[in-house]
Design a protein around this ligand. Sequence first.
Ligand SMILES: [Cu+2]
Length: 198
Amino acid sequence: MYTTGITPQKGVWWKPAHKSEKVWFTIAFAWCMVLFAMMPFWHLRGGQNPSGTRSRVDPAAYRTRVQEFVQQYQVATDNGIPVVAPPAGSDIYLQGQMWMWLPVLQLEEGSEYTLHLSSVDVNHGFNLYPFNINFQVVPGYDYALRVTPTEAGDFRVVCNEFCGVLHHTMVGRIIVRERGSSAVAALLGSDVDKGGDR
Ligand SMILES: [Cu+2]
């Protein structure tokens, strides 16, 4: 006899589950509960949660704020993108847009900053390469994170949210200079154009 969705094939679902199946089901369920309990536990005890505060922001207002930030602290230009060296403890801004990150941030190792992330067009993703640090960058929202760079170096910000045809070229830069070194001296020997052509 043929079967359809209306006249289903005869099954065996009404027979009691085998003991081994019950055991596995119990183990799987218990493990689900463990993982579920880990979420609130890790939130409180993990020390890995972003210290973020999120607020609404008009994309045009955010763009203006970033421009002010650049005007205030620009020290150089890197491939046409301003390099900004803000003082320790300050609010710093990164703007995601198709298809670049603005500006290049030059930070000091061991100093705390409040990093603001937002987009002026579509969703982008902040991925600090080579670390596994990822945040959503959403237009209309200013996501502020307290960050303290623990390692000097030249890092890349890769967009990990597909944002259009040149998405793969959307690479930004964060330079962390050694503690106590001056903002401009730290650029010597790097491939950043020291012109500060503003
Ligand atoms: Cu993007």
